[in-house]
Design a protein around this ligand. Structure first.
Ligand code: GLY
Length: 255
């Protein structure tokens, strides 16, 4: 069971963050509202929230997931692949240190948490524009030391996926939701695979939080598919975060 989540609201500088989405400038007030609804949904799923202050020095800092890898037993601070985001890690270290007495700090390479998807004791690691081989290899080593297994999935030829989790979610029950560009990849053999229709591809970034699945609003086919599988779905409007290449998973560190 997950019990905590770290969240940070978007700052006044949010619109100055990195994006490739071409969906227009985000409305910061609306993003704040959507963020609050996201926080309330996590609380509804039983999580206690650690709410950090907005940090205008880092426009992308609401996407806290990229700064760390957190498991039930251990945590690692990453080295985000975008130079403008590297400093975000400092603001997370002291908080995570309160929960994890031995916090590992990555020493080399780059790695964004958005490229790391945990499926029980196994981790999928995306090699992307943000996560390089050196960073991924360090993570593999650290995971193995801590009793986990890992496999790498190269998404560098898939510009529609900023991060691996842009197109991949693990729902528990040996079940993945994955973008059609990832369907059939040998790393995912043995899992049940739910592939959203191309027009619903954004919803491949959804999150299982205890007894619920959080899904972006506006993807009825996937919502019905998940409900038929027995999930209780909470939908959340993510329009302003999508404009900044963000999704549901990026907005929290859950442990
Ligand atoms: N705007 C999110 C990111 O580029 O990391």
């Amino acid at each position: 069971m997950l019990s905590q989540a770290i969240v940070r609201p978007p700052a006044t500088t949010f619109a100055q963050g990195i994006t490739t989405a071409k969906l227009g400038r985000p409305d910061v007030d609306l993003a704040l509202l959507q963020h609050e609804e996201y926080c309330q949904a996590l609380e509804q799923c039983g999580l206690d929230l650690i709410r950090l202050r907005a940090n205008p020095n880092f426009p992308d800092s609401t996407f806290v997931e990229d700064t760390a890898i957190v498991t039930e037993t251990c945590a690692l601070l990453t080295r985000p692949g975008a130079p403008s985001r590297m400093g975000e890690v400092n603001g997370i270290a002291s908080i995570l240190g309160q929960f994890y007495p031995e916090l590992t700090i990555m020493k080399a390479g780059t790695l964004d948490g958005g490229d790391v998807c945990q499926a029980e004791e196994h981790f999928f690691i995306g090699l992307s524009a943000r996560t390089n081989e050196r960073g991924a290899q360090q993570l593999v080593g650290w995971l193995q030391e801590n009793g986990f297994t890992a496999s790498c999935v190269d998404i560098r030829g898939l510009p529609e996926l900023l991060h691996l989790k842009t197109g991949l979610s693990y729902l528990g029950d040996n079940r993945l939701v994955l973008h059609e560009a990832l369907a059939g990849h040998e790393a995912f053999k043995g899992f049940e695979q739910i592939v959203p229709q191309p027009e619903e591809a954004y919803a491949a970034n959804c999150i299982r939080v205890n007894d619920h699945v959080l899904l972006p609003t506006g993807y009825p086919q996937l919502e019905t598919t998940l409900q038929k599988r027995g999930y209780t779905v909470i939908t959340l409007d993510m329009s302003e975060f999508r404009k900044m290449d963000g999704g549901l998973s990026c907005l929290s560190l859950r442990f």
